[in-house]
Each structure stands twice: as structure tokens, then as C-alpha cells.
Design a protein around this ligand. Structure first.
Ligand code: KIV
Ligand code: ZN
Length: 514
């Protein structure tokens, strides 16, 4: 590795997880954190401990689960927040507190109803207090992108004097242009007298599509830590994407290096997309399904002559399988286990045997088994206490009234209903709502198709609303309506406040009202 080190600070589990409806449970967060460790990130921002008991638990569990990376907890510049974060981080081998306050006049006036001097004082107090418990303190100057540079420099100098080891300059609203953001970082390098005592960190949002460009501009002007998320997930237009920054720094010889093992990028991107039910746009740089696809005749011809004609990164460098055909009927359990783990599914030997049987049935009926097929097999494996699809029949057509009959497996019971709707999926949703006797609103519905030589699959993402909360679901199947119903049930299975009872003891079959 040559050049200066750039520290990679991953905030997928904090800023990334703030996307409405995409929350992960503690177990899922641990799985992502372990994969981030394998990927080689230096810092994992594991959550905002005071925000909820779930976040507190996750920060604590991740602190125990990873060894190498620094584990970081977010706080406001509020002493109580810091107490809770210190407690959540108590098992971390290398803990970090990330505390801060608004730096732009917008935030100072309209968020804190305060003054410039007061926010500096509050920031300094928070850093000094956190420093009593933990050595490694990062300070964020929220909305630094829109802050006055002279004031920002004073704030940063004061918090470094108070003990901050890293200073984060967030472009919270994604407002800056790359040259402006780069100049801001340079201004701080040139005008903060004690800046050599801290690492400058860049944290950008993508509201104008500038997050990666701004982050790189920051590095080129002196920042040595980048704050990123897998697939660029995050509120609104998202955060800077880890894979883009890591591959820019690897592809261009700019005199910097990171510890990222680029071959782990694609599997982790798939895992995060699957767990958060967040589809990746097909043309997303590095990890989108078209990122390495050459479709025009001229490009295909050029790539066949020499890949370098049209590829600046070999797909294998970021862990994209050489082609999408991954398994056949002749593959053994070992190969299946390998590919399931690559997609984020860990199975006991007994579960693997059951999955292998299903795999063989599928592999027998088709030439190639793809990642989408494996996801389809896995979603059929419903967990105890969840609602599964037992049977679905729909009729629809030009002059027919769309009708659906649904049988749901609810624990040990099968419940049935039929309904009409304005389309077959709508009819199926009404039938499901009839069985559950609950009000579930479909908020968002996205169908993507994946067509390969032997098989077509539909991938469906939905967002539903129940009791003022949103839940997301994902389904995949060769039939669009079935994929849609799988996605709808996947979201429903996350609704903890569902009133329906799922019996787990006696076997019963009962007809619900039609
Ligand atoms: O965007 C932002 O300003 C943040 C801070 C809390 C670091 O996420
Ligand atoms: Zn942010």
C-alpha cells in the first residue's frame, strides 16, 4: 500500500439506517458490522445510543462483536447523551464518542435559537466532558457546508483545544460544490492553529449528486477520514457511498490508500440491500447490476477485443461474480453454502440440508441458478411466528373482474379469503387484509424485472403503513403477482403491533369471511 492513509468511517448503521422503514434489528446489525470488519473499515458508527433502547442495545452488541475497528456512538452536545453513549460503548475495545452541534447560522438561529459564542461553548463543554471517559473524541460541526468559514475555524480550534481528536466537517444538506467544499477544508488547514493535532473528517450528503465528488475534494485538500455508507444509503438522497470513494482512491493513483478489501464490496452491498429492502438502482456506480454490463454492439466488440477498451475496473476487483450463472444442478452443498453466505444467509447444517433439497428441485427445472433464485428459495423458508403464503390464485384480464384467493399459513393454521380489487395484486392485498382484520395501506410499490436466458424473475419492493409507521418488504418470483404478495407479507411480518393472533400449537383449518 502506498501513499497516505485515509481512514474509512462507515455510518451505514447510523446515518444510513435513518431511512424511514429500513431499520434493522440488533442481530442484523451485528451481521452487517462483522462484514464491515471483514471489508476493512476503520471505524463503525454503530448508532445513536440515547435515541432508543434498540440503538443502545445495538451499539453495545456491536462493541462486543467486532475486534479490529473503532466502534463509535453518536451524541448531541448534551451531557446526558454522552453518559448513555459511554455506557453503550463500555465493551468496545476501541471506543469513540462522536459529539457535536450546529455550525451554520441557519442551525444556530432556527434550530438552537442561540448565538455563535454559545454553540462554541456547548461544543467545548461536550468534548471536555466526553474526554473524561473516552480518549478518542470526534466533534461534528453540523451544517458546516453552509457555515461561515471564519466562524467554523474558531469553533474547530476551540474543540481541538478541548481534546477532540477528529473534527468532522459535514455538508449536512448536500449544498456545496466540490471546489467550495475543498476550499473549506483547505481554509481550516490553513487557519486553525492546532489543526495538526486532529484528523479532518469529511461527511457529505448527496442532495445535488455531489457527495462522492465533495468527499474526494475534501481528501485532496487535507481531510484524512471519509464518512460513508454502503450503497450510499441515507436520508433523502443519501450519504457518500463507500464503494465509490474506495474505488476512486484505488483506481486513481492520487497518493492515498485505504484498508478496504475491494473484493468484499459487492457481497456486502447485496447484503445491505437485501436486509434493508433497499433496491440498488441498476446504473449505480460500482454495484448496480448494469455497472459492468456492455450492451451496445460496439462496446461488446471492444470488450471482447480487450476489456480495457471499456472497463476501468475489472468486475472481480469489487467481488462481482464473473458472470451471473453461479450454480447448476450438479453443484454440491458446499457451493450452495458458499453462495448463501455470500448473500448474507447463515444456516445450520439441518437448515442447509432442507435448502439443498429445494435448490435441487429448482436446479432440475432450469439451466442456471442465479442469486435471485437463491433469494426466492430463502424467502419461502418462513420463520416461526410469521405469516407465510400457502396458496395464491388470481384471475384477471381485459374483460374480467380481478379476483384473488389467498391461503395464509399462520403458525399451525391455514386461513383463507377471496376478494375482488382493481387489479390482481390489489385483490390479493384486500384478501390478506380480510384475513388479518387490520388496516394496512400500501404506500409504495416497485417492480423490477431480471431477465436472463433461461428464466425471468420479478423483484418487488413495497412500503406499507400501519398505525402511522412505515415498513418495507421485498419479494422475488417468476410471477409478478406472487412476487408482490411475498413482498407485502414480508413487510407485514415486520409489523410488531399487528393485532392478529398466530397460533403455534394445535393444527386447525378455518375459513375467514369472503
Ligand atoms: O449530516 C450530518 O451533519 C450528520 C452529523 C450528525 C454527523 O450526520
Ligand atoms: Zn449525515
Amino acid at each position: 500500500m502506498s501513499g497516505e492513509k485515509v481512514w474509512v468511517f462507515d455510518t451505514t448503521l447510523r446515518d444510513g439506517e435513518q431511512v424511514p422503514g429500513c431499520q434493522l434489528n440488533t442481530q442484523e446489525k451485528i451481521e452487517v458490522a462483522k462484514q464491515l470488519e471483514t471489508l476493512g473499515v476503520d471505524i463503525i458508527e454503530a448508532g445513536f445510543p440515547i435515541s432508543s433502547p434498540g440503538d443502545f442495545q445495538s451499539v453495545r452488541a456491536i462493541s462486543k462483536a467486532v475486534k479490529e475497528p473503532i466502534v463509535c456512538g453518536l451524541t448531541r452536545a448534551v451531557l446526558k447523551d454522552i453518559d448513555v453513549a459511554v455506557d453503550a460503548l463500555k465493551y468496545a475495545k476501541r471506543p469513540r464518542i462522536h459529539t457535536g452541534i450546529g455550525a451554520s447560522d441557519f442551525h444556530i438561529k432556527h434550530k438552537f435559537n442561540s448565538t455563535r459564542e454559545d454553540v462554541i461553548e456547548r461544543g467545548v463543554r461536550a468534548v471536555k466532558y466526553a474526554k473524561k471517559f473516552i480518549e478518542d473524541i470526534e466533534f461534528y460541526a453540523e451544517d458546516a457546508g453552509r457555515a461561515d468559514n471564519e466562524f467554523l475555524a474558531r469553533m474547530i480550534e476551540a474543540v481541538i483545544a478541548a481534546g477532540a481528536t477528529v473534527v468532522n466537517i459535514p455538508d449536512t444538506t448536500g449544498y456545496c460544490l466540490p471546489h467550495q467544499y475543498g476550499e473549506k477544508i483547505k481554509y481550516l488547514k490553513d487557519n486553525v492553529s492546532n489543526i495538526h493535532k486532529a484528523i479532518i473528517s469529511v461527511h457529505c450528503h448527496n442532495d445535488l449528486g455531489m457527495a462522492t465528488a465533495n468527499t474526494i475534494a475534501g481528501v485532496m485538500n487535507g481531510a484524512r477520514q471519509v464518512e460513508v455508507t454502503i450503497n450510499g444509503i441515507g436520508e433523502r438522497a443519501g450519504n457518500t457511498s463507500l464503494e465509490e470513494v474506495a474505488m476512486v482512491l484505488k483506481t486513481h493513483q492520487m497518493g492515498y490508500h485505504t484498508r478496504i478489501n475491494s473484493q468484499k464490496i459487492y457481497p456486502l452491498s447485496m447484503l445491505v440491500s437485501k436486509m434493508m429492502r433497499m433496491p440498488i438502482q441498476p446504473n449505480k456506480a460500482i454495484v448496480g447490476r448494469n455497472a459492468f454490463a456492455h450492451s451496445s454492439g460496439i462496446h461488446q466488440d471492444g470488450v471482447l477485443k480487450n476489456r480495457d477498451n471499456y472497463e476501468i475496473i475489472a468486475p472481480e476487483t469489487v467481488g462481482v461474480p464473473k458472470n451471473s450463472i453461479i450454480l447448476t444442478a450438479r453443484s454440491g452443498r458446499h457451493a450452495l453454502k458458499y453462495h448463501l453466505e455470500r448473500l448474507g444467509y447463515t444456516q445450520t447444517p439441518k437448515e442447509l440440508s432442507e435448502t439443498y433439497e429445494k435448490f435441487l428441485v429448482m436446479a432440475d427445472g432450469k439451466k442456471d441458478v442465479t442469486d435471485d433464485d437463491l433469494i426466492e428459495i430463502m424467502q419461502g423458508t418462513s420463520k416461526t411466528g410469521s405469516i407465510g403464503l400457502e396458496h395464491l390464485q388470481v384471475t384477471c384480464g381485459e374483460s374480467l373482474t380481478p379476483t384473488a384467493t389467498v391461503h395464509l399459513k399462520m403458525g399451525v393454521e391455514i386461513k383463507k379469503a377471496s376478494a375482488i380489487g382493481n387489479g390482481p395484486f390489489n385483490a390479493a392485498c384486500i384478501a390478506i387484509d380480510t384475513i388479518l382484520q387490520d388496516q394496512i395501506d400500501l404506500e409504495d410499490y416497485l417492480v423490477q424485472s431480471n431477465i436472463n436466458r433461461s428464466y425471468d424473475t420479478a423483484k418487488v419492493h413495497v412500503k406499507v403503513r400501519h398505525n402511522n409507521k412505515s415498513y418495507v418488504g421485498f419479494g422475488v418470483h417468476e410471477d409478478i403477482v406472487t412476487a408482490s404478495v411475498y413482498a407485502y407479507l414480508d413487510a407485514i411480518n415486520k409489523i410488531t403491533a399487528l393485532t392478529v393472533h398466530i397460533p403455534i400449537e394445535e393444527e386447525k383449518v378455518e375459513e375467514a369471511s369472503v
